[in-house]
Design a protein around this ligand. Structure first.
Ligand code: SAH
Length: 247
């Protein structure tokens, strides 16, 4: 398979960017590295002249940018999601640094419906915990510990460069394997777990102790395939069926 078709399976998502200049500079950064898919979640000010000015020769990337009202809509058919963050968060998530992406990226690109998303946060506050928990992996770009927050478009530049080098240096498979589960499939599974747990009073809803978040992290870490997800959903549906018969 040729490099450009691999690149088209990769997208960059900016969540609520406030400076149009950063949107333009990000478009330029991804086009410089040969990528083209840019999505924006509730940009504060877009389309905007400054964004177009900063994009230079990457105006087509801005013209084609997809706009979403929230991150979960943007991620619906993503099969592998990386959230970028300068800081560690409350519930630690599987984390890679920017030079450890190879094996995950390689596996992710093997499925025939691969859509790999790299998510970037707001200039002021980054990504919320909820948004970071929608991701399969977190990426921290190694920086000086004392000053770790990189400008948004610079972070996009570094990540797009790293992926380009990964794709170039590795022997990416030409044979596509099975279909991957999507973000939406995983959400249905997590919701189903939560629903059954609530039905059987598995946890105290007044004091949930992050049970749902931990189930979410488990699903993200294991990345069950379509068949396994089907078995788990079937198992949960059977429990519901048995409970309904009893009542
Ligand atoms: N003040 C925010 C940083 C926002 S920088 C915070 O502390 O979270 C804007 C975005 O650039 C971040 O949300 C992240 O997507 C990316 N970014 C900045 N520095 C980064 C780093 N060291 N590693 C990975 N992503 C980074």
């Amino acid at each position: 398979m040729i490099d450009s078709s691999l690149k088209s399976k990769i997208e960059f998502i900016l969540v609520e960017p406030s400076h149009p200049g950063n949107i333009g500079a990000s478009a330029r950064a991804i086009k410089n590295m040969g990528f083209k898919n840019l999505s924006l979640v509730q940009p504060k000010d877009f389309p905007n002249d400054d964004a177009y000015y900063r994009a230079k020769g990457a105006k087509d990337i801005l013209d084609d940018a997809k706009i979403y009202s929230d991150l979960s809509n943007a991620l619906e058919d993503s099969t592998l999601i990386f959230g970028t963050s300068a800081r560690a968060r409350t519930i630690p998530w599987p984390t890679k640094n920017s030079s450890e992406l190879t094996s995950v990226l390689k596996t992710g690109l093997q499925s025939n419906n691969a859509k790999i998303s790299f998510v970037f946060g707001r200039e002021i506050s980054g990504l919320s915990n909820e948004e970071l928990q929608m991701c399969d992996y977190h990426i921290k770009i190694p920086t000086d510990e004392e000053f770790s927050s990189i400008n948004l478009s610079h972070a996009v530049q570094i990540i797009s460069y790293v992926i380009k080098m990964e794709l170039q240096n590795n022997d990416y498979v030409s044979e596509l394997t099975s279909e991957s589960t999507t973000f939406q499939d995983n959400e249905y599974l997590i919701d189903h777990f939560d629903k059954v747990m609530k039905t059987i009073d598995f946890y105290d809803q007044e004091n949930p102790k992050q049970v749902r978040t931990r189930i979410r992290r488990l699903v993200k870490r294991l990345q069950p395939d379509k068949l396994e997800t089907g078995i788990l959903r079937g198992f949960l549906a059977k429990i519901e069926q048995v409970l309904n018969k009893k009542n």
